[in-house]
Design a binder for this molecule. Structure first.
Ligand SMILES: [Zn+2]
Ligand SMILES: [Zn+2]
Length: 235
């Protein structure tokens, strides 16, 4: 086998979404799959970025955000959690396809430039996994994405929170149960260092935002001046 064939075997060059060819080196989502993703656009909740159908003429808060105290200032997601991007996130998380990080970091970078200004933040961080789950998976996908994003934005990256409770999987819980499930799930890491910092937290997917909100609240309590959240996709 020629050397490049070995590389193709190690780092497959077919699209994670459709199986087609990918022309660009180091990328594993083809142009069509990236272009066909549903990019999230207004109208959405001013705070958490949850989009609503139809036309809304003025800024609004969704019912969840109307009740939320502390936590993140603004959260945004780049695309809907569906199709090729959802497949890529599943392959990254559950099959360890770490070569998908650059594709997903492309989306995050575009999202930061669309929804925020990179100048708005001093530090990039991520939503932590519980140590037991991180050991089991071998990596934290949110950390991998955050490090790739920080390199692109020329910002420092560091862990700012740790997960202290091994929370049950959120998928079968109601909204209220999700919020309760993660309420005390985090503790700050080197709390004093982030006093006054404007932190951008990265995660792969946001659903109700309860996890990101609980993590952001820990950062606010340890003195962060502002906490933004960016996720690749929105469930
Ligand atoms: Zn494709
Ligand atoms: Zn909201």
């Amino acid at each position: 086998m020629a050397p490049h064939a070995w590389l193709d075997w190690l780092f497959p060059r077919f699209c994670a979404g459709c199986g087609g060819d990918v022309a660009e080196p180091d990328r594993h989502l083809c142009w069509d799959c990236r272009a066909s993703a549903t990019y999230i656009q207004p109208p959405y909740c001013t705070r958490c970025g949850d989009p609503v159908a139809g036309r809304v003429d003025r800024p609004f808060l969704c019912p969840l955000c109307a009740e939320r105290e502390g936590g993140f200032d603004i959260a945004r997601s780049v695309v809907r959690h569906e199709g090729a991007v959802a497949q890529a996130i599943r392959d990254l998380k559950y099959n360890g396809h770490l070569w998908l990080v650059p594709d997903l970091a492309d989306l995050l970078e575009a999202g930061v430039r669309t929804h925020f200004s990179p100048d708005a933040f001093d530090l990039i961080s991520w939503v932590p996994l519980h140590p037991a789950r991180r050991r089991e998976r071998g990596f934290n996908q949110a950390a991998e994405l955050a490090l790739a994003l920080a390199a692109r934005l020329h910002l420092p990256a560091a862990p700012t929170a740790a997960r202290v409770r091994h929370t049950a999987t959120q998928t079968r819980l109601t909204l209220v149960e999700r919020a309760a499930n993660v309420r005390n799930a985090f503790r700050p890491v080197r709390a004093g260092r982030w006093r006054g910092a404007r932190v951008l937290l990265v995660d792969d997917v946001m659903t109700t935002g309860a996890t990101a909100h609980a993590c952001a609240r820990t950062l606010r309590e340890s003195g962060a001046a502002a906490v933004g959240v960016i996720t690749v996709s929105r469930g």
